[in-house]
Design a protein around this ligand. Structure first.
Ligand SMILES: [Zn+2]
Length: 78
């Protein structure tokens, strides 16, 4: 489980570094939001790990709403 998670993380980081100067679309943010929410719930520094997702959430009310829903689910599940 932990290994799978870090594999996923590596892919994510590679993806993020490739698109570093590009803003994410809502679809891309949605695709990563599960991971982002779990990391945030675990107390990880998501601003550093997934700056583009954080940046998008800061500017997009739709995705922020979605994040809040996911967050409440993750927090309730932990
Ligand atoms: Zn959005």
């Amino acid at each position: 489980m932990a290994e799978k998670q870090s594999e996923k993380m590596k892919k994510m980081m590679a993806m993020l570094s490739q698109t570093r100067d590009v803003e994410l679309t809502c679809d891309e943010v949605f695709a990563m939001l599960d991971e982002f929410t779990e990391l945030a719930a675990q107390g990880e520094d998501v601003r550093q790990l997934m700056p583009l997702v954080q940046q998008h959430l800061d500017t997009c009310p739709d995705c922020r709403d979605e994040y809040k829903v996911l967050e409440s689910i993750v927090l309730a599940g932990v």
